[in-house]
Design a protein around this ligand. Structure first.
Ligand code: NAP
Length: 325
């Protein structure tokens, strides 16, 4: 009997995950470290039993119908699901796996790093030093607001948002507000107060977005949100770029409606080098590295592989992280 086939859409998947699949299945691999082009994806996906994919791979009707009836499982090495057409997957009875939890610490620590880099101008200061602009210690040079005694608002208190709240506690933050559809018991760990989004936007000195991207949350931050924020507010987004109406954010930054923004996610990704966001000196941009801790990426590859092998071995109930659709 021929072995089942798994399409792996990237060439630099950590070996710890790949080795779980290698001995059991025939792996069809896109061997480059850049995303698989759509035409290659459509050609390589035919007749596979499983797909090991990343957040850069759009899994839609066309991919699923081209794959054909053998496809039993799609497992993404990410916690975000916005690149997957979940309705189409559900209709076809295809199991879906993802990697929640194992990247929470890594993404939360990057969020704190990005917040500090933005508020305390860490990247700009380092560039200034290298450019010979450090002439002396100066009372006002490279100053930004501190976290102590501030109010921080977290939008979307899921796994990552809650961990960010915990990490903020030792900084002496005065109040942590959060908005979420439901109150969260996790918020007790850091005395988080459940408030409406409008209250959070008007009262916070730092606004951190950790919400999932869904049709309801797409572009939830537009002109009216930025108008509501304090002129001294710092906006941090580690969720997905599409959560933000980006031209409205650019307008807010350009016209100093808010003090600054730190973005690990944006649209498009990668952002073109001549993009307006890169011309703003009150914006810190990172190339979507929230989960890029070595341990997290290793564990993400293992979970992604185990999700696949559970289904292909006939035991979907053993998937470590199924998406319940
Ligand atoms: P999670 O535990 O599922 O949290 C998602 C949050 O979004 C929950 O608080 C949920 O609120 C909220 N939410 C979803 N739909 C909503 C809606 N319609 N209205 C209001 N709130 C809504 O996920 P997570 O593990 O914390 O990850 C959060 C997101 O971070 C991911 O979806 C992903 O896009 C992003 N992420 C980015 C990186 C990076 O590298 N930058 C890394 C990992 C994750 P309820 O609890 O009220 O449902």
């Amino acid at each position: 009997m021929s072995r089942q086939k798994v399409l792996v859409t990237r060439g630099d998947i950590p070996e710890s995950g790949l080795s779980i699949l290698k001995n059991k299945y025939d792996l069809i691999c896109w061997n480059k470290t850049t995303p698989i082009p759509r035409t290659e994806f459509l050609s390589m996906v035919k007749d596979v039993d499983g797909i090991f994919c990343l957040l850069t791979d759009k899994i839609d009707e066309e991919i699923l119908s081209t794959a054909g009836s053998k496809l039993k499982v799609v497992s993404t090495m990410s916690v975000g699901l916005d690149h997957l057409n979940l309705n189409a997957l559900k209709t076809r009875g295809i199991h879906v796996g993802y990697t929640p939890g194992v990247l929470t610490d890594a993404t939360a620590e990057l969020t704190i790093g990005l917040l500090l880099a933005t508020s305390r101008k860490i990247i700009a200061a380092e560039h200034a030093l290298r450019n010979g602009e450090w002439t002396s210690w100066s009372p006002n040079w490279m100053c930004g607001p501190g976290l102590a005694n501030s109010t921080v608002g977290i939008v979307g208190l899921g796994r990552i948002g809650a961990r960010v709240g915990e990490y903020l506690k030792p900084f002496g933050v005065n109040k942590i507000l959060y908005s979420s559809r439901t109150e969260k018991t996790d918020a007790k760990k850091f005395n988080g107060q459940h408030v409406s989004l409008n209250t959070l936007l008007t009262e916070s000195d730092f606004i951190i977005v950790t919400i999932a991207l869904t049709p309801e949350t797409r572009e939830m931050f537009g002109k009216s949100s930025f108008d509501m924020m304090k002129s001294t507010a710092i906006f941090i987004n580690i969720s997905r770029g599409e959560i933000v109406d980006q031209p409205a954010l650019i307008d807010a930054l350009k016209n100093n409606k808010i003090r600054g923004a730190g973005l690990d996610v944006m649209t498009p990704e990668p952002i073109p080098l001549d993009h307006e966001l890169l011309k703003l000196d009150n914006c810190v941009l990172l190339p979507h590295i929230g989960s890029a801790a070595i341990e997290a990426r290793r564990e993400m590859s293992v979970i992604t592989a185990k999700n696949i092998s559970a289904v292909l071995d006939g035991h979907p109930e053993n998937m470590p992280s199924p998406v319940n659709i």
